[in-house]
Every structure is written in C-alpha cells, then in structure tokens.
Design a protein around this ligand. Structure first.
Ligand SMILES: O=C[C@H](O)COP(=O)(O)O
Length: 249
C-alpha cells in the first residue's frame, strides 16, 4: 500500500517572517498521520521550518541542491548541508530548473545519485511541453527523462524514489490535466519503471501529479489508481492548502 504524499513547492515565495507565520497558521490543520505532507520552502526558511514543524508529522523538503558535497561552487547548496539541518526530501529536476536554469537530464541523474548517497528522499520531476503533447511524443519524452535520471540507481533505491509527473502546460496556468490524462501518464510511468526494473519496484514507487492542483480538483487526482499524491505550487502558499491536504473530507 503506497502512502499518499502531498508536497507543497513554495518556489521563490515567502520571506522567513511570512513563512513562519504561515506555518504556524496551517500546521495543526495539515498534520495528518495517513498522508505524508512535505513543505518545500526556499532555502532560507528550511531550518526555521524544521524547527517549527517539530513534533508534527509534517516533513521538510528542499527545492534543489547541487550534486557535489562541497567545494568551489559559488551560490550552490550541498545535500550534506540540507541533511544536517533536518531536511528529508529533495525536489530534483523541476521543470523550472530545467527550463530557466538549463538543468539537463544528466544533471538530474547526478543529483539523484547524490541525494540517495545522503539519504535524502528524492522527488524527481518529469513532464512534457504542450508541443510534445500535441505531437504525441509525451510517453517517449518521459521515457527518455526517466531512463537517464535513474541511470546507476539500484533497485532498492529506486523503490524509495518518488516521481512527479508535471505536464509543463499545466504548471501555474490554471489549465490542469484531466484526471484521465494524468492517470494515463502516471500509469505509463509505472510501466516504464517496471520495464527498467521490475513489477515489485514499480508497485512501490510513488508517482505524484503536479500542475494547477487545488482543493477543488485534488480528490479527483489523488483517487486515481496510479496517482499517489501531488506536488502543489500556487495552492501550497495560501490557506487552500489546508482544504487540499484534507481532500475527500
Ligand atoms: O511544483 C509544483 C508545480 O510546478 C505545480 O505548480 P502549480 O500548482 O502552481 O501549477
């Protein structure tokens, strides 16, 4: 039985003061034992968020990291630093990292291997553009993203890795995929994992949907057979997140 996971990716939103006020406002209402809730605030807020959520079931994730432990990499953050302050999850290869900061599939692979080395739970993002969807190459494109990302990842580690399907055309646009479209691709991703590893791995990997998920449509997505939760942008930085986490109630 795969446990539902809801990750709030705050992106570049909230100052430390705003973040703490917000966490204090929502924490008791998003603290569910049956759902893994992960808050992914900006780097500056991570340590405060770890402290503020202590004693709850809420976990903290970072939105990015570099693929080296330390060294002359000005402006970067290492997995060791994240681990030491109590971060448990790491988003890798978000489409904004890929498109704005030119992260390649090879970099995603290096980050995934590094996250595993430091026992951070990776959330690896994949997804197609509108053009790719129109050209009907969605699954081929995602197959390539997954194949490269998982290169060198053992079966045991693959099981613990989380994959997030985020169609680029649905991110921050209000144009979410239909539950059928999302389920179709998440099902295909599970099949790709089975082809790369085996059925046991594919049945254990959690696959999330992301792209304009709100409290209004969360239940539709999260009750699909192959969708094990979501990665939430816009609706994770306001009170809609409370209703969203309590989907189906
Ligand atoms: O990481 C989250 C995704 O980019 C989705 O963002 P969104 O919910 O604002 O569409």
């Amino acid at each position: 039985m795969r446990k539902t996971l809801i990750a709030g990716n705050w992106k570049m939103n909230k100052t430390p003061k705003e973040a703490i006020e917000y966490i204090q406002l929502i924490k008791n209402q998003v603290d569910r034992e049956d759902v893994e809730v992960v808050l992914c605030p900006p780097y500056l807020v991570l340590q405060l968020a770890v402290e503020e959520t202590r004693g709850t079931h809420i976990k903290i994730g970072a939105q990015n990291m570099y693929y080296e432990d330390k060294g002359a990499y000005t402006g970067e953050i290492s997995p060791m630093m994240l681990k030491e302050i109590g971060v448990d999850y790491i988003i890798i290869g978000h489409s904004e990292r890929r498109s704005i900061f030119k992260e390649t599939n090879e970099m995603v692979n290096r980050k995934l291997l590094k996250a595993i080395e430091h026992q951070l739970t990776p959330i690896v993002c994949v997804g197609e553009s509108l053009k790719q969807r129109q050209e009907k190459v969605t699954i081929d494109y995602i197959r390539m993203q997954i194949k490269i990302a998982f290169k060198g990842v053992s079966e045991a580690e693959a099981k613990k890795t989380i994959v997030a399907y985020e169609p680029l055309w649905a991110i921050g646009t209000g144009k979410y995929a239909s539950k059928e479209q999302a389920e179709e691709v998440c099902g295909a991703i599970r099949k790709l994992i089975a082809d790369l590893y085996n059925d046991d791995v594919s049945q254990q990997v959690r696959i999330l949907y992301g792209g304009s998920v709100t409290s209004k449509n969360a239940n539709d997505f999260f009750t699909q057979k192959n969708i094990d939760g979501g990665i939430i942008g816009g609706s994770s930085i306001n009170e809609d997140f409370i209703s969203l986490v309590n989907y189906g109630h």
